[in-house]
Ligand binder design. Structure first.
Ligand code: SF4
Length: 192
């Protein structure tokens, strides 16, 4: 059986493997948290603002922006909706918007790596850099997307597919503070 995963799965796998397990193996009636709803609304506002802004905060002089770009690769068994793609004379850059004041974590870097693979296949262009935009702080964080990172993304995709095939509930998130804002918290009886 061919297993299709999303870039969001890659991000969530680093946050908590169980989130991916619930989404693929044991779908439940999850409830978006207040924070998620707020984030979604603010991201919509931000898209309106972004259209009118210059690209200098990304250290680019000019370029075209594509919002909510859906990409899918049958070859990789990977798909995902990127918040924004910048196509500029300096290259192709994935941008993710986050409703958070915390510095982006490893899962966000892998998320950018997943989008980079999809962009490379769709446009036939190398992607070497991406951005995470923290909405509340209006702060841009820049990340290198190296060939090693892209290999790591492939390894992570294989680990996700193995977990889905095994259909075994993984351990809860080691960092239990993550459970507070999780839409699956009602289904993790061993945590709460
Ligand atoms: S409640 Fe905690 S352990 Fe359960 S899925 Fe969410 S983050 Fe993972």
């Amino acid at each position: 059986m061919k297993i299709e995963i999303t870039v969001n799965d890659i991000k969530q796998f680093f946050y908590c493997k169980r989130v991916v397990f619930f989404n693929h193996v044991m779908p439940v009636d999850k409830k978006p948290t207040y924070k998620m709803e707020q984030g979604r609304l603010l991201e919509e506002d931000l898209r309106g603002l972004e259209k009118r802004r210059k690209l200098s905060k990304y250290n680019l002089e000019n370029g075209k922006r594509i919002f909510s770009l859906w990409m899918s690769s049958e070859k990789m068994g990977l798909s995902g909706k990127l918040d924004m793609l910048i196509i500029s004379p300096k290259g192709y850059f994935p941008v993710e918007f986050k409703y958070s004041t915390n510095r982006p974590q490893k899962n966000h870097v892998y998320q950018l790596g997943g989008y980079a693979l999809l962009i490379e296949e769709k446009y036939g262009q190398k992607v070497n850099q991406g951005f995470v935009y923290l909405i509340p702080k209006k702060e841009v964080h820049v990340f290198s997307i190296t060939e090693d990172l892209k290999k790591e993304v492939f390894i992570t995709m294989e680990a996700i597919k193995t977990m889905i095939t095994a259909e075994r509930m993984p351990e809860a998130a080691a960092n239990r503070s993550r459970c507070q804002d999780c839409e699956f918290r009602n289904f993790c009886g061993d945590v709460f």
